[in-house]
Design a protein around this ligand. Sequence first.
Ligand code: ATP
Length: 326
Amino acid sequence: MSVSPSAPSPGAPAAGVTARAPAKVNLLLQVGPRRSDGFHDLVTVFQAVSLFEEVTATPAEEFGISVEAVGETDVSGVPLDGSNLALRAARALAREAGITDAVHLHVRKEIPVAGGMAGGSADAAAALVACDALWQLRSGLDGLAEIGATLGSDVPFGLHGRTAVGTGRGERLAPVLTTATFAWVFVLATSGLSTPAVFAECDRLREVEGWADPGSDGRLEAVELALRGGDPQALGRALSNDMTQAACALNAELLGTLDTGRRAGAIAGIVSGSGPTVALLAPSEAAARRLAQNLAPLVGAHRLRTATGPVPGARVLEPVGTPKGS
Ligand code: ATP
């Protein structure tokens, strides 16, 4: 764990608020052409899964952040300066609400860093919810999502959670009816992938192979139907990610991981977002545990995480220092 100088002074009553927010997997990721603002139009289906970040906001003299690894999460790539998304979120909310107080944020990280599972966005979502409660602002989900969208395209989904269709840059959300809990095994990569590099490679491949209008080919309807029916086999057939080819071109390990996952019993596998994490869908939670057991000797147990989805978005947990029953 690393702690910045602005941690609250020892001995002071720590009236903090803790919130948690989930990771996401994209069940569908359709990528349109690069827009004039540099972003891509997306049609995506997000599902929030049960890997969580916890952010505790505590009043402090100045803004600061500390990060703690949960389990084997490698947090070495997480910035501890003003570029951290959680800190940017807290500052943005303070600015918007005219708050002059500062907070120290302590982040407990379970979501793989730079893994295509929106860990940084979850930190921002949890920070917004925690600071909103600490400062008693009652901004509402839509108000926080508006601020979140200025920080990153995935932040509004971290706030809303569950399962949702995302359009625009992924920040415009509509909930999707889902009648089952789905079971996942995530395989972490041994080397990283930069999101901008994957989008650039996607653009390059599209120049060669031509463009399809995202959302126009029935793939979204197939995912929605599988979710409505609660059918993991149908969902497995409907999973698709336009960034797979680009991610695999930049990180050859991914094709092997997808193949290993299918052979070990997954219904289907998909690159999560822009990668490099691979998401494997299992028929049930028990099957996901067996799948992880089968995969452990092949890829290493430290690279595996099991999770279920959908789960709710960012929520406040019990306030630090509040006596039980008060
Ligand atoms: P996405 O799925 O939204 O593309 P990701 O899951 O691939 O994101 P993140 O874990 O969100 O990746 O981190 C991407 C980069 O953002 C990191 O390499 C890091 O430099 C930077 N970053 C800024 N704030 C955070 C944070 N709170 N946690 C993790 N990374 C952060």
